[in-house]
Design a protein around this ligand. Structure first.
Ligand SMILES: [Zn+2]
Length: 252
């Protein structure tokens, strides 16, 4: 059975004045890997969590601060202006999702998210990775292992993002990886692994030419709208595509 190894890095950033403990992160990671195995083992692919690195709050904040410095300088705006804009984005998302009003203390601006096209391999608008993402994607890597990074939140309401060269200029094959927010539905890791192994978006690969076809249906793991639980089905075309395109990560 082809197997892949997952390497995880967590970020200790105060979110609504609270830090997530290593135990909370460990439980989250175990839950997500178990869910991925629940989906993929039925199709002959299994995953093992090889290594977890919990970044300290100091190291996490140093990285975030450096990224904000670099991004605000590149945009020619002050750090304050940058923070305020990202915080507005974040509170907007929070309000639209929860209906809540009032101040939102922490801007979940660690990672500025991009919308991934439903249409997979072609006609996907290139979304340059943010400096935050590029900085994160350098940490705790090993060749042939799936690099995952667990953050307290995104500024966008996204739960998971896969950064790879096909979608994100600035990200190289040796610096690609998956970012996931704490508390995401437990299938989100499985969904993002699907992107990484297929090297594609939300298509079924069940078209008459064996290539892409439309968006995956709601019952499918790769359905585009994964706000809560994802589907768990995979098409034969998707599995074939993963085995072929995901060979850098699959052993045995
Ligand atoms: Zn997706």
């Amino acid at each position: 059975m082809p197997a892949a190894t997952i390497r995880a890095t967590t970020f200790q950033i105060r979110y609504r004045d609270a830090l997530l403990t290593e135990r909370q992160w460990d439980a989250e990671l175990r839950r997500a890997v178990a869910a991925a195995n629940g989906v993929f083992r039925a199709h002959g692919i299994s995953f093992t969590l090889s290594q977890v690195a919990h970044l300290s709050e100091e190291a996490s904040m140093a990285l975030l601060t450096r990224s904000v410095d670099e991004e605000s300088r590149a945009e020619g705006i002050s750090r304050d202006a940058y923070f305020q804009r990202e915080r507005r984005l974040d509170s907007y998302v929070q309000q639209s999702r929860t209906g809540a009003r009032g101040p939102f203390r922490y801007g979940g601006f660690l990672v500025r998210a991009f919308p991934m096209s439903a249409a997979a391999t072609s006609a996907t608008a290139a979304r340059p990775a943010s400096q935050e993402a590029l900085d994160i994607l350098q940490l705790n890597r090993a060749a042939g292992e799936i690099a995952t990074y667990w953050v307290p939140g995104f500024n966008s309401g996204y739960h998971g993002l896969t950064y790879m060269p096909e979608f994100n200029p600035g990200v190289s094959r040796t610096r690609e990886g998956i970012l996931i927010s704490f508390g995401a539905a437990r299938d989100i890791l499985a969904h993002e692994i699907g992107h990484l192994l297929m090297r594609a978006g939300h298509c079924t690969f069940e078209g008459p030419d064996g290539a892409t076809e439309g968006s995956a249906p709601a019952t499918n793991l790769m359905h585009r709208d994964n706000e809560s639980r994802t589907g768990t089905a995979l098409t034969g075309g998707q599995v074939r595509r993963m085995l072929a395109e995901g060979r850098d990560y699959l052993r045995g």
